[in-house]
Design a protein around this ligand. Structure first.
Ligand SMILES: Nc1ncnc2c1ncn2[C@@H]1O[C@H](COP(=O)(O)OP(=O)(O)OP(=O)(O)O)[C@@H](O)[C@H]1O
Length: 713
């Protein structure tokens, strides 16, 4: 049925009707679905092809060819005015009728003062007409329904050519908000407040008789039998039929106590429609009265299937599943239009201590389960796992399981329901896959990567995602040792690294790394002893290696980098270049501005948490160099990890703690000997505390096992 804005005068209506009847003969169904609603005050024009069934309900059968294309948010569309959606928009090939609003209105000049007042009035209703064009149909987001799940731009608004009045209508069947106002209306203007407009509509009372429902015929009983639903179950659930012309549709009756509340129809082609203006409630509501365990399914057939498996305490949602989980907060009860059935049935649900969500296994089914769980409370929800159909697919819903595997398997599925996951609350079971891979060592690096020095193999191995704090007195060789370690790791497992080494000039750092790689001094200088300096060819090869292996994080001005800045760039290096390790050297060269009320201890704790999160999230090992505080009475022994300046959190929070120390007293032992003190290893699988001794080759900066002869690359 077609409905016109009530402000259109009768002669205009007739004018419009003439044009529409012309138009409808060509394209009776090419109008938006909102135009199918009935209204006692409206003129009606029934397409001859409509059956009585179409009159009783906003049938989905009509909708596909009528529904408008989604229009995306924040677009105000000005469409040619023809009283309903523009022809261009609907892609109709029939000739466009002339504008339906009468000429005298169209010819009145725009009154800017009236338009301003109108704009102000409409703004109060949430309608912003600043971009609308008078004399045309405009589309806006409906402030009443916000375009529903699809966020369709569904409010059609027409502002008269003179800017003195506006009428609007939301095309969405579930909203249908309409109104009319004038800039200078008297006290009885049709201008209504938003809250009044949003008020709950009076629901239609229906009975079996008024809907002309009949007992199921044998043909339909056989249809259900094929789906393993017995006549007894059909009878108990008052499944009926309705005749419309030559068709018979299944009628699923929705009851609350003894009252018929709604009726949903399904034809043989699996098309659904339901009685309009009725209350939406769960299907099978009476069956969960006083039940402490409730099963919720996604369709009436599944509810009936559950009964065949022995579960009467089951209800079906009335409206199917949403395409995806909404990103928005759960709306307030009265605004939660799509899930009104939950609120309408809340006294039944409140009593339940366990709610099993047995929605379909597809994505909309899962989205429905999530939307239900969000509203019902995840803590009392359970979910089912539908059995496998073959190696790839799963059975979709209760009725499929009943048909193909039988009632006892369906019963098992429900009995094996598992707790609905709550974000942040886990069971080891959730990790069994990963635990198995860990056991079979298929995750990779379960024992860490060897440092390349035998002396350290039992003490320290490098695990992706861990944080190693490296300390030692100044000049002990911390940076040199880390660089040497990176070279070893690159050579053994091909890892790449991000370097944030604030104390090194780029060219110096390149020199040190190249010397380790080429194993020759960069210069011909005294430190090079008699070893020949690297050739130009070796330099070139080394440069290629440098550029393929390292990414530099450096502040291009003189400012100190903050830890967040460093980690953001490191993240980019992980994502863009696949780096597996990050060196931050040293802590005291970072910008440590902190809020006045934060202690250094709190600051260090927070900073280390950020670094660890980065490491874990990106499976990237982080070496973080921190200096010990000033040791006033230092007698040459390796410092302690608790001596690190700033906070005890360095040792508390790290996964591994290493002190690099070297002997500087020739009388106490060889001066090229370096002591790598492993002071903390959190993961016993990859190491333990203890000391390893390496020798340092001053010419190339390479560290070696003591008994190892000078290696050639
Ligand atoms: N075992 C060693 N024997 C002789 N010289 C060494 C030894 N280890 C490191 N060096 C030298 O000490 C200097 C400083 O090394 P490195 O920069 O690695 O020390 P560091 O502990 O990081 O120093 P800082 O704390 O000042 O940053 C380098 O010139 C390096 O060649």
């Amino acid at each position: 049925m077609l409905r016109f804005p009530c402000h259109i005068r009768n002669n205009q209506r007739l004018h419009l009707l003439r044009r529409l009847s012309l138009f409808s003969s060509n394209s009776a169904f090419m109008v938006s679905k909102h135009l199918l609603k009935t209204s006692p005050s409206s003129f009606t024009l029934l397409p001859l092809t409509l059956s009585p069934k179409h009159l009783s309900t906003p049938s989905k059968r009509l909708i596909p060819c009528l529904s408008s294309k989604p229009i995306y948010k924040n677009r105000s569309l000005s469409l040619r005015s023809n009283g309903f959606s523009s022809l261009t928009y609907l892609n109709v090939s029939a000739p466009a009728p002339a504008p339906v609003y009468s000429e005298d209105l169209e010819e009145r000049p725009l009154d800017l003062h009236s338009l301003e007042i109108l704009k102000h009035k409409l703004k109060k209703l949430g309608i912003d007409i600043s971009e609308c064009v008078p004399g045309h149909e405009n589309r806006l987001m409906c402030p009443s329904c916000n375009g529903g799940d699809s966020e369709e731009i569904s409010l059609s608004i027409f502002i008269s050519q003179d800017g003195c009045s506006a009428s609007w209508l939301c095309f969405r069947a579930k909203c249908g908000w309409k109104g009319y106002t004038k800039a200078f209306a008297d006290g009885k203007s049709s201008f209504e407040s938003f809250s009044r407009i949003n008020k709950v509509k009076v629901k239609r009372q229906v009975t079996v008789e008024s809907l002309q429902l009949e007992p199921l015929c044998n043909q339909l009983i056989s249809y259900f039998a094929e789906r393993m639903i017995s006549a007894e179950t059909l009878k108990r659930n008052a499944v009926m039929q309705k005749r419309t012309c030559n068709e018979i549709a299944i009628a699923f009756t929705y009851w609350r106590k003894k009252d018929l509340v709604n009726c949903k129809y399904r034809d043989i082609d699996k098309k659904f429609w339901q009685e309009k203006d009725t209350e939406t409630i769960f299907y099978g509501l009476n069956d969960i009265d006083d039940a402490s365990d409730i099963i919720i399914v996604e369709g009436e057939m599944d509810k009936l299937a559950m009964e065949e498996a022995g579960f009467r305490n089951c209800v079906s949602v009335p409206d199917g599943a949403p395409p995806s989980v909404s990103q928005k907060e759960v709306p307030a009860e009265e605004q939660d239009t799509k899930y009104q059935y939950l609120w309408n049935c809340k006294e039944y649900l409140n009593k339940a201590s366990r709610i099993i969500l047995a929605t379909d296994g597809d994505l909309p089914g899962q989205a429905l389960a999530e939307e239900l769980a969000r509203r019902l409370g995840r803590e009392r929800c359970w979910r089912v796992r539908w059995p496998k159909k073959n190696d790839v697919d799963y059975f979709k819903d209760a009725n499929e399981v009943l048909m193909y595997l039988g009632p006892s398997v369906l019963k098992d599925v429900i009995e094996d329901a598992e707790l609905y996951p709550i974000r942040g609350l886990f069971n080891f079971r959730d990790f069994f896959d990963e635990i198995d891979k860990y056991y079979h060592r298929t995750l990779g690096y379960e024992f860490g990567v060897s440092t390349g020095w035998r002396a350290l193999d039992d003490l320290y191995n490098v695990v992706p995602g861990e944080l190693t704090i490296v300390t030692g007195v100044p000049n002990s060789g911390k940076s040199e040792w880390i660089d040497s370690l990176l070279c070893n790791l690159n050579q053994s497992v091909g890892w790449k690294f991000a370097l944030c080494s604030m104390e090194n000039k780029v060219r110096d750092h390149a020199r040190k790394l190249l010397e380790k790689y080429v194993r020759r001094p960069f210069f011909e200088a005294s430190y090079g002893s008699s070893v020949e300096r690297m050739s130009v060819e070796e330099l070139e090869e080394g440069k290629k290696w440098l550029s393929e292996t390292f990414y530099l994080i450096r502040c291009e001005n003189d400012s100190l980098p903050s830890i967040k800045w460093v980690l953001d760039l490191a993240r980019a290096a992980v994502l863009r270049h696949g780096v597996r390790g990050l060196v931050i050297d040293p802590y005291n060269e970072l910008d440590h501005q902190r809020p006045v009320n934060q202690t250094e201890t709190e600051y260090v704790s927070q900073m280390l948490t950020m670094i660890k999160r980065f490491a874990q999230h990106h499976s990237c090992h982080v070496w973080f160099v921190a200096h010990p505080r000033q040791l006033h009475h230092w007698i040459g022994a390796p410092p302690n990890l608790y001596d690190i300046s700033g906070s005890a959190h360095f040792i508390n929070k790290c996964d591994n703690g290493i002190v690099v120390h070297r002997n500087r007293d020739p009388e106490a032992g060889p001066v090229d000997q370096v002591q790598v003190c492993v002071r903390k290893v959190r993961n016993k699988v990859v190491g333990t505390i203890g000391d390893a001794f390496l020798s340092y080759d001053r010419v190339t900066g390479v560290y070696m096992d003591i008994d190892e002869p000078q290696k050639k690359r």
